[in-house]
Design a protein around this ligand. Sequence first.
Ligand code: GDG
Length: 744
Amino acid sequence: MRRTITFALPLIVIVSLVIIVFGLVQVRFEEERLMEDLKRKAETVTESVSLAAANVLQHKDLAGARRLVTRFQNKKNIQGCALYDKEGRLVAITERFKGWRDGDQQYYRGVLASGQPKDKLGKFRKSYVYSRIIPVEDSRGRPLGMAEMIYDTSYVFARLADFWRNIIITLVLLNLALLALAALILRWLFLPIEKLTLWFKHFQRGETGKPHGIKGGGEIGALASEVEQAALSLQVARKTVAEEAAAKLEKEDIWIESRLRDLVRARLGSGDSSIIVASNREPFIHMLDETTGQVRWAQPASGLVAAIDPIMRACGGTWVAHGSGSGDRQTVNAKDKLGVPPDDPRYILKRVWLAPEEADGFYLGFSNEGLWPLCHITYTRPIFREADWRMYKAVNQKFADSILEELPAENAFVFIQDYHFTLLGRMIKEKRPDATVALFWHIPWPNHEVFSICPYQVEILDGMLGCDLIGFHVQYHCNNFLETANRLLECRIDTEKNSVIRSSKETLVRPFPISIAGVSGPLTARESAETERVRQQYGLAGKIVAVGADRIDYTKGIAERILAVDRFLEKYPEYLGKFVYVQLAVPSRAKIKRYSELLDEIDQLVEKKNAKYATDNWRPIIYLKKYFTPDDLKPFYRAGDLCLVSSLHDGMNLVAKEYVAARSDLAGALILSKFTGAARELNDAVQINPYSIEEFADAIKYACELPPEEKRKRMENLRRQIERNNVYKWAGSIINDLAGLKKE
Ligand code: GDG
């Protein structure tokens, strides 16, 4: 019914307006016509009464005057007559108008003085009346008095009311007819299409296998039959694919630590310390507390660390990284090494020391003011300084020297991480061509036009192509890299193998979507208690909680997220007081101007939006700007009914995966930017364009209102995806590809 009304509404409005306007014009016209009739009648009757009145008034015949006025008492329509003497005093009046204009002497004297008839509309008791008065003269034209006729005009209004009633009845009948017509059109035209759509949806999901049963000829019938044919072909194709996928899955079950360890031993040979990982960020950092003199350790907030640490724990080996903590030097041995994790050593961390000017030029300057914005499409201008580039080269060499000291005599495998070390592969290979070197690029790779603005493009590409294998998160970034190499360097691209061949050296380029160690099992009592504590501490009990956790970086879309929450509350005020967005944010690269500006921008935005909505016992945004340990993050993920990941551009984004991994209760919903690598895998997330604040706000509402069953289904699929494609599988695929390369 609602749909019929919506469909017919525009027509109903137009038809109603036309009829009402027409009615108004007609009523006005009718009113004027009736009043004209009345006036004309009053004129004639007053003229005829004035002759009899002249006689009565001339002879002061009071009885005759009463007879004359009484004649009107008996008439059907309410009307009356009044006679006045030449002083304007009432002589006689029809009984029913007793009390008519008592004391209005001025009016009557005015009529006598003018000697002209006069008419007037007025009120008598509760009725509207029309009166016409004319002076009465004798045969010589001397005034004798006045005669007045009075008419009740109610019948005019009664006639008009009748008229309106007819118009309204016509209107109602016409609108009912329109509704009936709309219902018929909907039934004949739209219902079959709707039925077909619904059937197709269920068929697609595999919820029905029956034919749709829509009969009939004409265009609709033809469409229905074509759709049925297409759907059946799809069903057959899907079945085949599903069978193939199931067969494949049976073969490759879930990857676990021990499987990766076995693979490393089998494929790379030698003992436990065969893998050497190189990255700028160290997996464990020691900080000196100036006041107590105590040294504490922590795991930095970094996607790279989160992903590589479990692999190193599983396989052992040496991780070479910049020792950037104030307590780092105090905790290494004479060879700058220590066992990590510090509380349960599983592999070796070797720290490389950088002077402040080295770290500034290499890390802040070239890596993070140059390459980082170059590779992320967020419209932040990259800055390339010659001095930074020189420092970048020097630091790459320093790392190469440090790594070379660690390489075993044979079967050396170096796994380089990220954009900080584009030159490292070539530098290592120059001294140890036998070593197997892989580079994993954790951020996006731009298209060749963007990359070609980098003044050091050739040296960078040449340095990277020193490696045997370069990995990106997604095929799209591989394609961009191959195209960049093809356009900017003298080289050959093997499109079948996805490799670059340069001076007879071949480098494989492959997608390896990074992940996390796996998904968590059912909640333990301790985990439930921790989640409850977080809920109590931040006043989240009974609220719909959205959670975000990021390094404070302009690529993560934190400002856009706040604006979307603002728009959501503005557009859907029913969530005021019920919705809380908790943002965990760890400051990063704050020495860079763009980052310190971002910190201020977010502070101000949070303050402004909280001031806009906050009440005595509620504020919409809880902004926790500090470092949390990885274990601290989990209760927040579990307390979050939603997780907001709104990166403007992101190689993968592990927060999205960590959230899913934490939701063993299957109760959360993930809102995920389509500009993350993760969006290619996590199809059951609610995907958004974070630049569209409106779309983002609507997605928050949509996720808040997802039925629990739908949430469960989505979360199950997301968790299955992460469980099957965990970080062990990621590392295993890289090692398998490298081993294949060695054999060739
Ligand atoms: C790069 C690429 C790619 C967040 N807040 C805290 C904290 N985090 C942790 C999260 C997560 C990590 O930081 C962030 O990982 P992301 O993947 O989201 O982002 P990036 O650091 O930019 O990582 C990215 C990744 O490399 C891996 O290849 O996915 O695209 O940009 O693990 O939990 N960790 C701690 N305290 C916090 O307050 N300890």
